[in-house]
Design a protein around this ligand. Structure first.
Ligand SMILES: [Fe+2]
Ligand SMILES: [Fe+2]
Length: 353
C-alpha cells in the first residue's frame, strides 16, 4: 500500500477528510453555454479546454484534456498517435455531432415492405452485390476499430468520431446482409481477389497510410457507388439503403480527408508517405483486376437484366470514370496532386476497376 493510501486511511480513522481534490489547478469555474442545437462538443471547448496541444506527450494516460494531473505520476497507455498533426483536425467535433444526429436503424428506417419478387437474374445480382458490400463493410469497421485505441485521448474528438464510424459500418453490413436474405435470394459468392484486396488494408502500418487507403481511396469509391445506387435500386427499400449508407460514407470520407489535410498542412514532409499508400492502392486494384462476382452484378442491375449487360457495361464505364475523377478531386482537396501519377485513369477505360 502506498504511503498516501496509508495516510488517508489514518485520516479516515480519525474522522477527518482530505478534500485537496477541490484545489484544482485547471480552469475551474467556466460555464459552457449550449448553442442552438444543444450542448455540443465544440460548445464545451471553452478557455484552456479548447486549446488543442500540438504535442500530447504530456498526457499518455486516460486523463482527459484539461483535467488536473501530474503526467509523471500516471501510467503510459501506449498510444502511438500523440500529435495534433496525426490525430486531430479542425471540425472533427462537428463531424462527430453530425454522426450522432444522423444515426438510423436498418430494422426501422428501411421500408422493407416495398420489396417484391424480382426476376431471377436481378435478384441474383442484387444479392451478390449485397454480399460484396457486406465483405467490404466488415473491414471498414474492423480497421478504424483497431486504430481507435492508438489515438491519444487529448484528441478525444477524433476518438469519438471513429467510434461512430465503427457503429455506422456495423449497420451497413447489417443492412446488406438483411437485403440478401429478405427477398427470396440469399448470400452469394466471395472471391479470393476481393478478400485479398481487403486484407492488406488491415496490415497497413501507419495511420495516415490507412486513412489514405481506406477512407480516401476505398470509402471514396464506395461513396460514388452508393450515390449512384438509385440507378441500380429496384424498389424504395433499396433506394433507402443506398441513400442512407451514402450519407454515412460521405462523413467517413470527410473524416479521412480532414485528417490527411491537417497532417499535410502541419507536416508537409509526410506527403510522400501518403503518395506511396495511394500508389500501392492503385497498383493492387489493377493487379487484382475485375472479377465476375464483382463486376457482373453491376452490369445486370445497370443494364436491366442478363440480356442487357452490354448496356450495363456502358453505364458502368461512366461510373468507373466518375470514381477516378472524384478520387482525384479528393486528393486535390487535401493538397495532393495525383493527376500525373494516377495509374487508374487508363484503367478506368479498360474495365479494370
Ligand atoms: Fe460503410
Ligand atoms: Fe465507411
Amino acid at each position: 500500500m502506498s504511503t498516501r493510501t496509508e495516510a488517508y486511511r489514518e485520516m479516515l480513522r480519525n474522522g477527518e477528510y482530505d478534500l485537496s481534490w477541490m484545489e484544482v489547478e485547471s480552469e475551474w469555474g467556466v460555464r459552457a453555454q449550449p448553442s442552438k442545437r444543444g450542448l455540443t462538443l465544440n460548445d464545451i471547448n471553452v478557455g484552456s479546454y479548447g486549446v488543442i496541444p500540438e504535442d500530447a506527450s504530456d498526457s499518455l494516460s486516460y486523463a482527459p484534456r484539461g483535467a488536473d494531473f501530474n503526467p509523471a505520476e500516471l501510467p503510459d497507455i501506449g498510444y502511438s498517435l500523440n500529435t495534433r498533426a496525426e490525430a486531430w483536425a479542425q471540425n472533427m467535433g462537428k463531424l462527430y455531432e453530425e454522426a450522432v444526429a444522423r444515426q438510423w436503424s436498418s430494422t426501422r428506417d428501411i421500408p422493407w415492405n416495398t420489396l417484391a419478387p424480382l426476376p431471377k437474374d436481378i435478384e441474383h445480382a442484387m444479392c451478390q452485390l449485397a454480399t460484396f458490400f457486406t465483405e467490404v463493410e466488415f473491414i471498414a469497421g474492423d480497421v478504424p476499430g483497431a486504430w481507435l485505441g492508438q489515438v491519444n485521448n487529448t484528441y478525444h474528438e477524433t476518438k469519438l468520431f471513429m467510434a461512430t464510424q465503427v457503429m455506422d459500418e456495423a449497420r451497413h453490413l447489417e443492412v446488406f446482409r438483411k437485403r440478401a436474405l429478405a427477398n427470396g435470394g440469399g448470400l452469394g459468392k466471395c472471391s479470393r481477389e476481393v478478400e485479398e484486396g481487403l486484407k492488406y488494408i488491415f496490415d497497413i502500418g501507419s495511420f495516415p497510410q490507412m486513412l489514405a487507403r481506406l477512407h480516401l481511396f476505398g470509402e471514396g469509391r464506395v461513396l460514388t457507388l452508393f450515390r449512384m445506387g438509385e440507378m441500380m435500386a429496384q424498389n424504395e427499400a433499396e433506394k433507402a439503403i443506398f441513400r442512407l449508407c451514402a450519407q454515412d460514407e460521405s462523413r467517413h470520407v470527410a473524416f479521412g480527408c480532414l485528417q490527411l489535410r491537417q497532417l499535410i498542412a502541419e507536416d508537409p514532409d509526410r506527403i510522400d508517405e501518403i503518395h506511396d499508400a495511394l500508389d500501392s492502392a492503385e497498383e493492387r486494384t489493377i493487379e487484382l483486376g475485375a472479377t465476375p462476382e464483382q463486376l457482373e452484378p453491376f452490369l445486370i442491375l445497370l443494364g436491366g437484366g442478363e440480356k442487357h449487360m452490354d448496356i450495363g457495361m456502358e453505364k458502368f464505364g461512366i461510373l468507373r470514370r466518375k470514381i477516378v475523377q472524384e478520387y482525384l478531386q479528393r486528393c486535390h482537396s487535401i493538397g495532393i496532386d495525383r493527376q500525373e501519377r494516377c495509374k487508374l485513369k487508363e484503367a478506368a477505360d479498360i474495365n479494370i476497376i
